[in-house]
Design a protein around this ligand. Sequence first.
Ligand code: ZN
Length: 82
Amino acid sequence: MSDQSLESRKAFAASYFSKCVKCGSEDLKEVKKTEGCRHNGDAYGYTVFTCTSCQWCTRFEWDEDGDLYYYEVPNLKLYSAK
Ligand SMILES: [Zn+2]
């Protein structure tokens, strides 16, 4: 069951996707899923990050066509800036 709460994802993005927000472990497994491909060849999908210690997990959407690979992150960073 993935944790999609804003609070958790803000914290996870702030650690550059490297630290479990639940137990603090830096041992995370990344699984990339491709959902589709556009006519120009750019793919899009999401990545599931799972902590190997406590099984906490979350997912972030990505897009090869965007300026930012994990395009949800700028908004999340804005939220965490206050
Ligand atoms: Zn963990």
